[in-house]
Every structure is written in C-alpha cells, then in structure tokens.
Design a binder for this molecule. Structure first.
Ligand SMILES: [Zn+2]
Length: 210
C-alpha cells in the first residue's frame, strides 16, 4: 500500500457543542485534502446530548466545581450549578440564548446556594466534555483539531470570552489546533457525514471569524 503524502494524512476533528441546557460532542476521523481531492470520513463517534451541569462543593478554599458527565450524579455534599453559560454571557452583555426558558426554570426550580464563578463553571464543563471526546480518539495517533461551536448570533464580546476561557483550559495543550465555527456551519459539516456524501468538511477551514 502506498504511503499517504502529508496533505492526505488522516486527522481527527472533535466538535464541542456547549449549550445553555444541553451539550454534546462529535468526533470525526477524516482525510480532507483539497490538493488531491480526497475527502473521506474514516470514523465517526459522538457523545449524545446531556445536561450542562457542574457539581459544586464547599471546602476551606470556597466553592469548587466538578464536571458531571452524562451518567454522573452529584455527591451528597455537592450542589448542582446550571445555566453557567447563560450567566456568563448575560453578565457581560445582557443577551443570551433561551432567556425565557432560563427565567422559567429559575422561578420553578429554586436557587443555587453553592456557586462558582461563571468563567470557572464554563471552563470546568468545557474541559470535562473535551476529555470525554479526547478519550475516544487520543490513541489513534493522528493530529487532533478541536472545533468549538457557538450560536450564530453570538456577539463579538461573548465570542472573546469563549476564546479566553478556551485559551486558559487544558484543550490547547492536548490537540494541534483549536478552531471556532457557528452551529450552522458545524451542522452543515455534520450533514455531509449523515448524508454520506464525500464533500469537503467545511468546518475544518474556519480558522477565524468573519
Ligand atoms: Zn493530499
């Protein structure tokens, strides 16, 4: 068998979708070379949508957040913190997705006594989600690109917050590249897979915004 030239080597794209209420991840191993027009999806895996929550405990240093995976429950001394994504953006520009939903749940689901800062909560959750996805592909021995999705209408300032949090997280140390793509673009890239076409994976080329 012929060796693939470097441009045709397989790589993995991890797509992280952190939502206000639910989050998920997609892992695609593909060859995507424009020079040789090779666009092949070699493997696909996913982490099904689960609730965006962290568990918060209190110790002498104050509140501490812990990632809660899809089937994990809080310990007895922990409390759930939810809507950290909403709070994070709302604190900065008074705009966020699902305002009505969040207001409704707040009014009907009591209040959280133990809370960490919204940056901290978002970072803890994002890192936890990334590690779940990373565990599924780290042994493939191919370069990993992490794609962070954001809502189409996200403001510049909210986008900067996401970039800042990602830069302070473990994610850049664990993969060769971090890229950002709007949910619409990520969905389009996913559709190429679901429809089993062999089109280029567009999200891979979204190295910067606008
Ligand atoms: Zn090539």
């Amino acid at each position: 068998m012929e060796e693939n030239p470097p441009c045709c080597q397989p790589h993995v794209v991890i797509g992280l979708d952190v939502g206000t209420t639910y989050s998920g991840a997609y892992i695609i191993e593909a060859i995507n070379c424009l020079t040789h027009e090779r666009h092949e999806i070699l493997d696909f895996d996913s982490i099904h949508k689960f609730q965006s929550l962290v568990a918060v405990s209190l110790d002498n240093n104050g509140p501490k957040a812990r990632f809660l995976g899809p089937f994990e429950k809080p310990h007895d001394d922990e409390e759930i913190q939810r809507f950290f994504k909403f709070d994070l953006f709302y604190e900065f520009n008074r705009s966020a997705e699902n305002t009505g939903l969040v207001t409704w749940v707040r009014e009907n689901d009591g209040h959280e006594a133990k809370k960490v800062g919204t940056h901290n909560a978002f970072k803890t959750f994002l890192e936890g989600l990334f590690i779940l996805a990373f565990e599924k592909c780290k042994d493939k021995g191919v370069p990993i690109t992490t794609a962070i999705t954001y809502p189409r209408k996200l403001s510049r300032s909210s986008f900067s917050i996401i970039q800042h949090i990602v830069s302070k997280s473990t994610i850049p140390n664990q993969c060769s590249k971090v890229i950002y793509g709007s949910e619409a673009e990520a969905a389009l890239a996913g559709a190429f897979h679901l429809l089993e076409t062999r089109g280029p994976i567009q999200v891979y080329y979204l190295s910067s915004l606008y």
